[in-house]
Ligand binder design. Structure first.
Ligand code: ADP
Ligand code: MG
Length: 241
């Protein structure tokens, strides 16, 4: 059994079919880069995997728990799979530490002392142990995104989904966030990341998924996908980078 099993998943918004039968199995500890043009369905796929969108057909299972079309019991799935977005979405009126504590206390009903201990550990893990009391506007974009990563990790997810998490950052801040992701990968965290960082994908990912018009158009190890693209669509996409 794979950690995440995506089988013939379809998702439409109105008459617009955005995912047209996606199949993808993710093994524990795999780091998968998802690439493709804007509008190809990358974000929708991630949002379906952690239950932010309901699927219309097919199935998604995470650690053996299956999610079926129109399943409204998505909370359990969301607890298991963490997601980090382009925008950090930290609460501006809460310190970094409080931001990391909050979802644990609200969603998991973790006791305050325990949530705080976990927040300190996770901020340490992303290199921000000294910023527990800092407010978001006192932090750089890279630091805010690392707080968002700490917040996701504090929920002890079995996999992390990252949707263009460095796209909103000034170029000089990208490396510190990628360094954290690289460390998580090294520690065996299962990661699915939509990214434009091709060098990172090449260095760190076990497989690359190229999405095109709602389908997995090509998939394989980075060495193959980048060095030997099979379709004109992927060749064109890579030519743009
Ligand atoms: P990508 O992340 O690859 O840029 P998305 O998954 O965001 O692509 O979008 C794929 C398609 O789905 C686009 O045509 C987009 O307009 C559409 N779409 C995404 N989310 C919604 C939504 N909530 N309502 C309607 N259409 C949506
Ligand atoms: Mg997107």
């Amino acid at each position: 059994m794979s950690l995440i099993e995506i089988t013939e998943v379809r998702k439409s918004f109105g008459t617009n079919e955005v995912l047209k039968g996606i199949n993808l199995d993710v093994e524990p500890g795999e780091v998968i880069a998802i690439i493709g043009k804007s509008g190809s369905g990358k974000s929708t796929l991630l949002r379906c995997i952690n239950g932010l969108e309901t699927i219309n057909d097919g199935s998604i299972s995470v650690a053996g728990a299956q999610l079926l079309p129109d399943d409204l019991h998505l909370k359990a799935l969301r607890l298991k799979v963490g997601m980090i977005f382009q925008q950090f979405n930290l609460f501006p009126h809460l310190s970094a530490g409080r931001n990391v504590m909050l979802s644990q206390m609200v969603v998991k009903k973790t006791a305050k002392a325990e949530a705080e201990a976990m927040a300190r550990r996770m901020l340490d893990r992303v290199g921000l142990g000294h910023k527990f009391d800092a407010y978001p506007d006192e932090l750089s974009g890279g630091q805010q995104q690392r707080v968002a990563i700490a917040r996701a990790l504090a929920m002890q997810p079995i996999a992390l989904l990252c949707d263009e998490i460095t796209s909103a950052l000034d170029p000089e801040l990208v490396a510190e966030v990628l360094a954290v992701v690289r460390e998580l990968a090294g520690e065996g965290m299962t990661l699915l990341m939509v990214t434009h960082e091709m060098k990172f994908a090449r260095d760190v990912c076990s497989r690359v998924v190229f999405m095109h018009q709602g389908r997995v158009h090509e998939i394989g190890p980075p060495g193959e996908v980048f060095a030997n693209p099979q379709t004109p669509e992927l060749k064109q996409f890579l030519g743009l980078h």
